[in-house]
Design a protein around this ligand. Structure first.
Ligand code: EPZ
Length: 429
């Protein structure tokens, strides 16, 4: 199994290209199940999760073809992939496939919409909380689906097709919004989704679905209205830039000091996190090429943060921000409100000498003068990258084990960081 080895102390200077968003790519790929024509996605990042989902979709009959060269030269553009679901050959998503990635559960929406039935294993995914599927079930039931959960599978059946409805999510869920949105595109009549997730990835999916012929208004707000159509057609769509990758590198630069252009990044996708960095004393400057992030000599100021659904501070940047605050000049408080178990990085950050006190959903971080390199390991994607960020300033050598978590969501992490002066390499055992 590979490890990442970081020797801390170098500032970051240069340019980091931002890849297409993992969390937009996955639902967009799943949307290919909705049409018998080809869905072409541009700017698809090279990630383990994308490869896994390609395999999972293959099981339902989705073929794919990568357009042009497999790896473009400038490092900025991802691949262009054509997905063809001309025939759905299987409406069952087995445990062996779905347990590797939570998002693969989302096939339930398009399968039901197009085929009137689906049998999907309960999902797996990062170990960050219980992550139930009640909201998916409730919203699909509201559309007239009969659902039972048996032997670890959600068995869904809509013999007369899905019916438009008005449904209010009792809690904001990105995944349940994606699924209800996809399902409603082919339902009979109009669906109104209230308290829907406003994440940019939901808007990106809706934009693609509209391009495929869906009638959707309000995506990106908390009320989405979908007028069902008989069928969707092929379309070519470009995946939006990854706001979590953007925020992660912004925090890495804030941590080490230096001056980096995050090329292709869009500030409006993570304004709240950028504002927090400004409060911490970091220079953030939107340019016509992306976002410039710099910190030269100033101490980091402590800032309190509460994670929230978009447009609030993203839970997917909480671990990285906590790593940053371990070196702040004072005490900061970080509250996690989205997942109940997303503090697995705390005990690993402690190995660097970080001072963090946990109390339920709250972490109190007292900044220290220096971190010291350590052997660390994380149990989820964003936690793993927070350890890399700590390693970039820690004195001496840090080894981050279980790198497969990083490969799920960060494209060529070590290449991007070493191009800006970090001492970081992948070691295969
Ligand atoms: C998406 O997960 C992202 N994953 C997560 O990113 C992200 O952390 C999360 O949204 C929140 O922004 C993808 O886009 C692939 P939710 P999702 O449904 O959709 C509860 C990463 O690192 N809930 O918005 O699974 C749930 O337990 C990943 O890239 C229910 O109670 O998250 C959580 O507390 C990790 N019942 C809250 O809602 C349900 O039926 C929000 O979860 C569904 C969710």
């Amino acid at each position: 199994m590979d490890s990442i080895v970081v020797t801390g102390g170098n500032r970051l200077n240069g340019t980091i290209p931002i890849s297409g968003a993992k969390n937009a790519t996955l639902p967009l790929m799943i949307a290919s199940l909705l049409t018998s024509e080809s869905l072409i996605l541009e700017n698809v990042p090279h990630l383990a999760d994308v490869n896994s989902l390609t395999r999972i979709l293959g099981n339902h009959g989705v073929d794919y073809r990568v357009e042009g060269k497999r790896r473009q030269g400038n490092g900025c553009d991802g691949r262009t992939i054509h997905f063809f679901a001309d025939e759905i050959v299987d409406t069952r998503a087995p445990y062996e496939l779905v347990s590797t990635m939570r998002a693969s559960f989302w096939v339930i929406g398009p399968l039901l919409a197009r085929m009137g039935k689906a049998c999907v294993s309960l999902p797996g995914g990062c170990a960050i909380g219980t992550r139930p599927v009640d909201l998916f079930i409730e919203s699909l039931e509201a559309m007239g689906t009969n659902i039972k959960v048996e032997a670890g599978y959600v068995i869904a059946d809509a013999p007369n097709g899905l019916q438009g409805c008005t449904y209010t999510f009792p809690k904001v869920s990105v995944g349940a919004t994606h699924v209800a949105l996809m399902a409603a595109t082919l339902a009979n009549g109009t669906t109104v989704l209230r308290n829907a997730a406003r994440e940019p990835e939901v808007k990106d999916l809706a934009d693609c679905l509209i391009g495929m012929g869906a009638k959707i208004t309000g995506a990106g707000t908390s009320t989405i209205t979908i007028e069902g159509v008989d069928k969707l057609h092929g379309y070519r769509h470009r995946v939006l830039p990854d706001r979590i990758e953007t925020g992660t590198y912004a925090m890495a630069v804030a941590m080490t000091g230096g001056d980096v252009l995050l090329k292709g990044a869009q500030p409006d996708l993570l304004q709240d996190a950028l504002d927090v960095l400004v409060d911490a004393g970091v220079t953030i400057e939107p340019t016509n090429e992306g976002i410039r992030v710099a910190r030269n000599g100033h101490a980091l100021k402590p800032v309190d943060v509460v994670t929230d659904p978009f447009p609030g501070f993203p839970t997917d940047l909480q671990a990285q921000f906590m790593a940053l605050m371990t070196m702040a000049d004072g005490v900061s408080n970080i509250k996690e409100t989205i997942f109940e178990n997303r503090f697995m990085h705390v005990q690993e950050l402690a190995r660097f000498g970080a001072k963090i006190k946990l109390d339920g959903q709250n972490a109190e971080v007292t900044g220290v003068d220096k971190l010291t390199g350590a052997q660390v390991m994380a149990t989820d994607l964003r936690a793993s990258v927070s350890l890399v960020i700590a390693g970039l300033v820690a004195e001496g050598k840090t080894t981050v084990n279980r790198v497969y978590h990083l490969d799920r969501g960060f494209e060529r992490l070590e290449e991007k960081l070493s191009a800006c002066g970090a001492q970081i390499e992948r070691v295969s055992h």
